[in-house]
Design a protein around this ligand. Sequence first.
Ligand SMILES: NC(=O)c1ccc[n+]([C@@H]2O[C@H](COP(=O)([O-])OP(=O)(O)OC[C@H]3O[C@@H](n4cnc5c(N)ncnc54)[C@H](OP(=O)(O)O)[C@@H]3O)[C@@H](O)[C@H]2O)c1
Length: 308
Amino acid sequence: MLACAGVVLDGIVDAIPRFENREKVTVGTLHGQVAIITGGTRGIGRATAELFAAQGATLALCARSQEALDEAAKQISGAHGIKVFGRSADILDATAMADFVKQVTDRYGRVDVLVNNAGGSEQRQAAGSRQQVYAVDPLGGSPLPPGRFEEMGDEEFLNAFRQKVLALTVTMRAVLPWMKRQKNGSIINVVSMKGKQPPPRVVSSSVAAAAAMNLSKALSFEVAEYNVRVNVVALESIVTSQTEKSRQRWAPDKSMEEFLAPRNVHIPMHRLGQPEEVAHAIYCLAAPLGAYITGQVLCVDGGGLRSW
Ligand SMILES: NC(=O)c1ccc[n+]([C@@H]2O[C@H](COP(=O)([O-])OP(=O)(O)OC[C@H]3O[C@@H](n4cnc5c(N)ncnc54)[C@H](OP(=O)(O)O)[C@@H]3O)[C@@H](O)[C@H]2O)c1
């Protein structure tokens, strides 16, 4: 699957827009398309919103903070001259999310791309942790106590499933009638690479991410005949605002470089990824470049996945 994605990426690398070239783009590849990005105010969602905007998409963003949405909408539309609709909605509130999608379709009359990105890195921390747990951790070095599985409550599983399975389902259900009618649509679900490479003792979020991958694959079969594609971008170790929060929480006496050094050793590229690098992967799957790619999991992890 990775090899397949690699072939595609090799062929299109020159066609991938870069932020510094955006002023040269006259009509972007997403011109005329409406894209919903959940969690579009910062981190990976924000980088994706900027890249989509540079490519001419009309945007609809949600997050919990209306203030952050207003600020993001102002900055993005000011920089790229495109429309941005931002409305506060919590992905855990199914009614609010269905209402958000309805407001988008009432306003724009279509929806071509859905990026299910919202969620916090704090979900990757688990009770009993001595530090954050990563999919690239060496097997013998888990910071979680042995026997944790036996003590784990149902609520931890249910929380992970609410975040990474049910929340995705609500938005996908709401956009699919539009995409099927249009005979055009691309859904990208952003989850942790732990769904493919589960670190021991943190099974709840790993299992939820794996379920999101399975759900995306199953749905891709169902909607392919409508020219609607469903893919997953699976992440590990991307620098966002959470990275500094994690340093403050787990190693306040260390510099960022010292804090990241032990993790970098286990990432083949020996560095964390940037949100813009994830945005490029999401863009490849959203844009016409990815027109024949569906049902795939594209890992953006600096090579951290130990299998292929
Ligand atoms: N960074 C990584 O290394 C990494 C690794 C694996 C998976 N991921 C996944 O990638 C996605 C983006 O992560 P990130 O690192 O870019 O996070 P981030 O910088 O913390 O940004 C999260 C975004 O989602 C919004 N959000 C959070 N919880 C929400 C909720 N319940 N309802 C609606 N919006 C919500 C936030 O805005 P508000 O706070 O205003 O709601 C913000 O816009 C997440 O799903 C995360 O689990 C990231």
